[in-house]
Write a protein that binds this ligand. Structure first.
Ligand code: FNR
Length: 342
């Protein structure tokens, strides 16, 4: 018998894959067009893809975003992701470690990530209601370089067994005050507003991942797990990733990471143009792994790395943080959104 929590982790993996194709008919990054540069005055050899996020040094501006851990299947996926991360120099976040407080028999499904990649950047992940001691325990388990705290009220509210009370702010402040590693506060695919980001900043948060709509959709995933209540009315809930990045532009002095619906190197670059200083990719790489195995995923990451450098070259950008200088125009929907939010 698989314990209930571990079963849930397996269902997240299989349902993310099941819904993968359906989620990509509408691609919010089509609303962002970059203008070409006929006179780039640079060369691929001069592009330096490494970035710095707060105290974190990453070799590449994109990384494996939080997905899994806490079951035998999750261990298999994390092991493959970690091996690819190790070979390609990508940073990697694990899925939420809260399951380790209930089912420590699956701790190996997380530990494998650090074992395979002793020198890589590994990021732990937890919900916003954990104690300082629990957070430290999760960080220690992975020897994590950073901790992501996820804000997932939309996901929880759709789950029959989910949380119904969302008073998180005071605890986030406490975690930031008491933990030594950098803390990234992230959404899980519904985006964040400038008001949210301003509130987080007041709590002492300096790193955020706005994780917007456009990729993995946790309303659909949890709704399918329920089999009874239908939350179809919430399938379009949330801000897209470009909309959220625009929100973040209105808040100064925050380091912004993007995720949600990133499906190609050009999306990574468009997120950079809109102000993201790093980019997380979850569903797309999971899909690649399920379709083409670990070797297919490895080849895809290598292709992305090369293509990213080439596109940066034709834009005349040698560093990822040069990208906000790139001229761009917005499609009608995104422009309409922006006008109403200014
Ligand atoms: C996730 N995501 C996630 N996020 C988080 O903070 N903690 C978690 O445990 C999980 N678990 C998880 C499982 C699976 C199977 C997927 C696909 C995703 C959310 C993820 O980190 C990201 O925010 C969203 O998926 C949006 O990015 P993509 O998938 O559109 O690239």
């Amino acid at each position: 018998m698989i314990p209930e929590h571990a079963k849930r982790k397996n269902e997240h993996l299989s349902l993310a894959e099941k819904f993968y194709d359906q989620t990509h008919h509408q691609h919010p990054f089509d609303q962002v067009r970059l203008l070409p540069n006929a006179l780039p005055e640079t060369a691929v050899a001069d592009v330096k893809p490494a970035i710095k996020i707060g105290r974190l040094h990453m070799q590449w501006p994109f990384y494996f975003e939080a997905m899994t851990g806490g079951s035998d299947q999750a261990k298999k996926v994390n092991t493959a992701l970690a091996r690819v991360a190790q070979k390609t120099g990508l940073a990697m976040a694990t899925g939420s470690l809260s399951i380790t407080f209930k089912l420590p028999q699956f701790n190996d499904s997380f530990k494998t990530v650090r074992k395979i990649n002793p020198d890589g950047i590994v990021i732990a992940n937890l919900g916003a209601n954990v104690t300082v001691e629990q957070a430290q325990q999760a960080i220690d388990l992975l020897h994590a370089d950073a901790l992501e705290i996820h804000l997932n009220s939309t996901q929880e509210i759709v789950m029959p067994e989910g949380e119904r009370s969302f008073r998180w702010a005071a605890n986030i402040k406490k975690l930031i005050q008491h933990l030594d590693v950098p803390i990234i506060v992230k959404e899980v695919g519904f985006g964040m507003t400038k008001e949210n980001l301003t509130s987080l900043k007041k709590l002492g948060v300096s790193l955020v991942n706005i994780s917007g709509r456009g990729g993995t959709n946790f309303v659909k995933i949890e709704d399918r797990r329920n089999h009874d209540a239908s939350f179809a009315d919430l399938y379009q809930w949330g801000l897209t990733t470009p909309e959220s990045l625009f929100e973040a532009q209105m808040v100064k002095d925050l380091t912004v990471i993007a995720s949600g619906g990133i499906t190609c190197p050009l999306d990574v670059i468009k997120a950079g143009v809109m102000g993201a200083q790093a980019v997380g990719v979850a569903g797309y790489f999971l899909h690649e792994y399920y379709q083409n195995g670990e070797d297919g995923l490895l080849q895809t990451v290598l292709n992305w790395q090369e293509e990213l450098k080439r596109i940066m070259t034709i834009l005349g950008c040698q560093h990822f943080n040069d990208l906000p200088q790139v001229s761009h125009v917005y499609g009608a929907d995104l422009q309409n959104y922006i006008q109403q939010r200014l």
